[in-house]
Design a protein around this ligand. Structure first.
Ligand code: GLN
Length: 278
């Protein structure tokens, strides 16, 4: 049997992924090969002719088969980096996106200290990052899915912030008491009819993606809940779809919430809005 080398495995897999139309073929192959073999990025460059153990080669090929089926690399490896920290992900949670980092930044810019609630926390990316970035913040992270909450709690533990985060299973504010200085959410906001790539449609939980017929149901729930749950002088920060700003501002106005800051994502499109009650 011929032994396979790093370079040989890499070239073959790159070709397969490129032919399948996967635009990030090179990066994906590199990450999956590093994970399967334990080699570092430099190793792949400086020792391309290294022989790979058959077990690692089999594992790598299994990873590539999954990627060919459009499963994202983060799901194959069960981990995704968000705001510079590794988050465990499972089929029960939305794969945290780089776009959401700007929404966290928007909240951090306006919150020096206080108590927050992260509605629909998923992997816990938002709530955990808030606590990790600012030691004066503490809060509650909710989700309707108990499986999601258990991943989020695991992430909070690993990233050392579980002493400032409480996890509650709740549909929006239903099981929640008290008031918060910050209400934050990256809610499900995709319209029912929207076309999604297979990476998203087949692997992100639909509960985390779809926000009803017009994609705006989540914002109605959040804005109407604010009357009882937003502390005096508190703020609301939400992630939105790129074409939803005007609609979300309108919904919030009906609940006496005024837009006072906004942020664009890495592609320059509207992504985060901040509201206050005047
Ligand atoms: N809050 C999580 C995130 O931003 C999950 C969001 C969701 O499931 N819609 O990644």
């Amino acid at each position: 049997m011929t032994t396979e080398t790093l370079a040989g495995l890499m070239a073959a897999a790159r070709k397969q992924l490129s032919e399948a139309g996967i635009e990030t073929a090179s990066l994906d192959v590199r990450l999956l090969l590093q994970a399967a073999t334990g080699f570092a990025h430099e190793d792949l460059i400086v020792m391309p002719n290294t022989a790979i153990e058959p077990r690692a080669a089999v594992l790598f090929k299994a990873y590539i088969a999954r990627r060919l089926n459009h499963e994202p690399v983060s799901r194959i490896l069960g981990t995704r980096e968000f705001y510079g920290r590794p988050f465990a992900v499972s089929p029960a949670v939305l794969d945290p996106r780089p776009d959401t980092e700007v929404v966290v930044e928007l909240a951090l810019k306006h919150m020096r200290a206080g108590r927050f609630i992260d509605l629909g926390t998923g992997s816990g990316a938002i709530a955990i990052t808030l606590c990790a970035e600012n030691p004066h913040l503490e809060g509650i992270a909710t989700d309707v899915s108990p499986e999601a909450l258990s991943i989020a709690a695991e992430n909070a533990n690993t990233l050392g912030v579980s002493n400032r985060l409480q996890f509650i299973q709740s549909n929006w504010f239903e099981q929640i008491e008290g008031q918060f200085d910050l209400i934050i959410s990256n809610p499900p906001y995709i319209k029912r009819a929207e076309n999604l790539p297979p990476e998203v449609k087949n692997f992100d939980p639909h509960l985390a993606l779809f926000g009803g017929e017009d994609g705006l149901n989540s914002y109605r729930a959040i804005a109407s809940g604010a009357a009882a749950r937003l502390a005096q002088g508190g703020l609301i920060v939400v992630e939105i779809g790129h074409d939803q700003a005007a609609k979300v501002v309108e919904i919030s106005k009906l609940c006496d919430l005024m837009l006072f800051d906004r942020v664009a994502d890495l592609g320059g499109r509207d992504r985060g809005l901040a509201f206050r009650r005047p």
